[in-house]
Design a protein around this ligand. Structure first.
Ligand SMILES: Cc1cc2nc3c(=O)[nH]c(=O)nc-3n(C[C@H](O)[C@H](O)[C@H](O)COP(=O)(O)O)c2cc1C
Length: 191
């Protein structure tokens, strides 16, 4: 079973990326295959909104999103990690979320059993970002509440979160909880 993590922070040495690594390390220690995509290392264009996805066999954008979506739909669990920017997810993460519209219009089946949400902010608006991401995995990926594991916490300077032992431990637990869910998962769901 595999967990794919998508990181929406533009700071590779930032807090979100560090916590995502902790979660993945724990999941790997529990025997899961893991992979991480840092969105800023790829070409992720925003959706054009032409609403004609269904009439095309491939998205019209010539960027890296089709490759990322392919990994996404083949993962058993996903982690979405985003800092809070103006009370929401980052633009990088939102661009990726919007590009899932192609999968939606094509009714592409998913086999995701669980999701981990890692949301880090400097002071306010974490709940808003959380609600937006939870809605995405719940409605768009059909993952029920009891299979969505969440970590929300505060940090500002890059890497500051390393000194917050409670958050680091929570990130590891998130990876462990996802491993528990995946080990008890029965059969792939299609929607
Ligand atoms: C453009 C921008 C907007 C931000 N907006 C918020 C915000 O609305 N609420 C908040 O708590 N933190 C906000 N922050 C702070 C970041 O969420 C915080 O620094 C976080 O640790 C960044 O995560 P990273 O280290 O993983 O990149 C903002 C930072 C930037 C650069």
């Amino acid at each position: 079973m595999k967990i794919l993590a998508i990181v929406g922070s533009p700071r590779p040495k930032g807090n979100t990326n560090y916590l995502v690594d902790q979660a993945l390390k724990e999941a790997a220690a529990r025997g899961l295959e893991t992979e991480k995509i840092i969105l800023t290392q790829y070409r992720v264009n925003p959706c054009d909104g032409h609403e004609k996805c269904a009439s095309f066999s491939a998205c019209k954008h010539d960027d890296d999103v089709p490759m990322i979506l392919d990994k996404f739909i083949n993962a058993d669990g996903i982690i979405l990690g985003s800092p809070v920017y103006y009370y929401n997810m980052t633009a990088q993460m939102k661009a990726f979320v919007d590009r899932n519209y192609f999968l939606y219009t094509h009714g592409i089946p998913k086999k995701m059993f669980c999701a981990g949400l890692i949301i880090i902010g400097g002071g306010a608006g974490l709940e808003h970002a959380f609600r937006a991401l939870r809605r995405f995995v719940k409605l768009s990926k059909n993952i029920p509440d009891d299979r969505i594991v969440t970590l929300m916490g505060y940090a500002s300077k890059p890497g500051e979160v390393k000194n917050d032992q409670a958050l680091v431990e929570e990130a590891r637990k998130l990876g462990g909880r996802m491993a528990d869910i995946l080990s008890s998962a029965q059969s792939p769901k299609s929607v």
